[in-house]
Write a protein that binds this ligand. Structure first.
Ligand SMILES: *Cc1c(COP(=O)(O)O)cnc(C)c1O
Length: 386
């Protein structure tokens, strides 16, 4: 049996896959099992920060593998400690809890939010506000946080303690805070899975200010927007706000599983011994990879992200079949006249891999994608959108 047949026989049917088997890659060019090449505009859903087979990434990973692959959290470990230090220095946050995925990082943030609220304002202060159209993960509790009903339907009852509000409607936000005991507000600055929808900057500022005045934790889900994706190290840095909790995952380790929950000064000591844990959390190979990735996300790279994002927008501006482009930096959502799925399928035939988000074609390329590849790929998207 070939891989397609084996997969449909043995792998749980949760993914509607494209008929492509990727076997290798170099930078932003991937090769399938038939030897066909593709320009990669998805980077494994914003994971392969510097593309495939990146030299520094491989050296960091293999260097650590030559030492030891895993130690457990019973002992000290340099890569995890060093990563925590770099993340705190680059964000002003105070402490980091490591786990293995975006959903887990958000679970940790939710625990921090509940403990902070109940410690300070009584046992009924545990509710967390999230936004409609948000996405926070696939565990039952992060699904409950997710403000999209379609994710809730099959798995009720949802975890209690979440209220969803409409992004941009500050009056509603305020009124929910005034009429309920609210521990925290958690949101994405650009709603990724929700269709690459940026949240209104003025709303973010007002909500952040309100949270500060009312001792409500401000928690930013940077799982998709983080690690340079939007042209800043973390997307909240575009909005002149100071979050109390930041979660990150996807691109942090450049292709290996990792999640991190960054805790600011209000919550740096929220967890004591035994209050949270993770077998693989802080894994030295993932952390060594992440250290090498974060060190390379400097101003020069970030300027490149902004410039490349602008280049894509300009190339798509007023193009036939393109209705609009949304997003920030190299996190872009393209609304096409044709259904996004049709555009994505024709792109695959022509050797370009794009993602989707709701009704949009979504681009999350490696941050170092060469200009010529990006230009060629966008030309193909244009052709496929007519
Ligand atoms: C992908 C994503 C998650 C979930 O991350 P996993 O690693 O799949 O658990 C959470 N929040 C946002 C904003 C995401 O984009």
């Amino acid at each position: 049996m070939d891989t397609f047949e084996l997969d449909s026989k043995y792998v749980a049917g949760t993914y509607k896959r494209f008929p492509v088997e990727i076997v290798s890659g170099k930078g932003s060019v991937l090769t399938d099992s038939d030897g066909k090449n593709y320009i990669d505009l998805g980077a494994g859903i914003a994971v392969n920060t510097f593309g495939a087979g990146d030299k520094d990434f491989k050296e960091a990973v293999t260097g650590q593998l030559d030492m030891i692959q895993h130690t457990s959290n019973l002992y000290y470990s340099r890569p995890c400690t060093e990563l925590a230090k770099i993340l705190c220095e680059r964000t002003g946050m105070k402490k980091v809890f490591f786990n293995n995925s975006g959903a887990e990082a958000n679970e940790c943030a939710i625990k921090a939010g509940r403990k902070y609220g109940t410690d300070r304002r009584g046992e009924d202060c545990y509710t967390i506000i999230t936004l409609r159209n948000s996405f926070h993960g696939r565990t039952i509790t992060t699904l409950s946080a997710t403000g999209q009903d379609k994710f809730h339907e099959l798995f009720r009852p949802m975890t209690p303690g979440f209220v969803h509000v409409t992004p941009g409607d500050f009056e509603e936000f305020k009124s929910v805070c005034e009429n309920n005991k609210i521990a925290a507000f958690m949101f994405e600055c650009v709603q990724g899975e929700g269709g690459v929808v940026p949240v209104d900057a003025d709303y973010i500022k007002k909500a952040a200010e309100y949270c500060k005045q009312n001792d409500i934790l401000l928690m930013v889900d940077e799982v998709q927007t983080g690690n340079g994706r939007t042209g800043k190290l973390y997307s909240y840095m575009n909005f002149d706000i100071e979050p109390d909790v930041v979660t990150t995952a996807k691109g942090l380790a450049g292709g290996l599983p990792i999640g991190a929950c960054l805790l600011g000064s209000k919550v740096e000591n929220i967890f004591g011994y035994g209050d949270n844990g993770s077998t693989f959390g802080g894994n030295p190979v993932s952390c060594a990879a992440a250290v090498s990735i974060i060190k390379r996300i400097d101003d020069k790279l970030l300027d490149g992200v902004v410039r490349k994002g602008r280049m894509v927008r300009e190339a798509l501006k007023d193009a036939p079949g393109i209705e609009s482009v949304t997003g920030l930096g190299l996190m872009l959502g393209i609304k096409t006249v044709k259904p996004a799925s049709e555009v994505i399928s024709s792109c695959i035939e022509k050797g370009v891999l794009c993602l989707s988000a709701k009704d949009k074609v979504r681009l999350l390329p490696a941050l170092n994608i060469p200009d010529d590849l990006l230009r060629d790929a966008v030309e193909i998207i244009k052709q496929c959108s007519i």
